[in-house]
Structure formats: C-alpha cells, structure tokens
Design a protein around this ligand. Structure first.
Ligand code: AMP
Ligand code: ZN
Length: 114
C-alpha cells in the first residue's frame, strides 16, 4: 500500500529503529514510547486491522507471535515479562491502519486495566 505509513517503513522509505526482521514480520521502536521498551511488530504484508485477518492471511498471526518472542529476546525482556496490545478500530483508538502489535516492557506495570 503506497500511502500506508508502516508499509513505507517496511520498504525503508521512512526511517525506523529496527529491532528485528524476518521473512514475514518487521519490528521497530515506537516513536512515542510509553515504557522503556516499546516496540511495534507488524506483518510485512498489508493487513489493515485485526478485523481484516481471514483464512487467507491468518498464518501471519503465528509469524507475528514468533516475532514477538524474538523481539523480547533482543530487547532483554523475555524473562522479566512484557505486555502485548493490539488496538483495533475506532473505539480502541487505532491510528495506523496496518495491523501492529505493541510490545511493552522494561518496567513493572502496576496499573492493570485488564
Ligand atoms: P495505534 O494507536 O495502536 O494505532 O498505534 C500507532 C503507534 O504508531 C503509536 O504508538 C505511534 O507512536 C506509532 N508511530 C506512529 N508513527 C510512527 C513512526 N514513524 N515510527 C514509529 N512509530 C510510529
Ligand atoms: Zn501497510
């Protein structure tokens, strides 16, 4: 998608702080971190939101979760733990419509909303 911010980051047209990459996923530091570690993990194929996952692209979920494990290892938070968040749609406040998983850690999160 030419006008998608995260597609452009994946293509290298917009700079990003890469953390991890493989055939299926790209992971980079969030530009506005909410914790010491805040990384976005995105599929290399354009999927607008979690609602756009279907039988034809669902394998991306497995690759994203494997990518999250790699990100946690690279960032040194695999033992201490982390939170994974997906905002889907308007009420969740999704702002970039390319599916992305927030991986947040590096600090003890005392405030739990879930
Ligand atoms: P969401 O609100 O779930 O759609 O999350 C979008 C996230 O993308 C926000 O946390 C932003 O800080 C982040 N973001 C927006 N532009 C960039 C960028 N150019 N590089 C890295 N992260 C970005
Ligand atoms: Zn995209």
């Amino acid at each position: 998608m030419d006008n998608c911010l995260f597609c452009r980051i994946i293509k290298g047209e917009i700079p990003s702080a890469k953390v991890y990459e493989d055939e299926y996923v790209y992971a980079f530091k969030d530009i506005n971190p909410v914790a010491p570690v805040h990384v976005l993990v995105v599929p290399k194929t354009h999927i607008a939101s979690l609602e756009d996952l279907n039988d034809g692209n669902i394998e991306n979920v497995v690759h994203i979760h494997r990518g999250i494990q790699q990100v946690a290892k690279v960032m040194g938070i695999n033992d201490s733990g982390y939170r994974v968040i997906v905002n889907c749609g308007e009420n969740a406040g999704q702002t970039v419509f390319h599916l992305h998983y927030h991986v947040v850690g590096g600090v003890k999160m005392n405030e739990k909303i879930l």
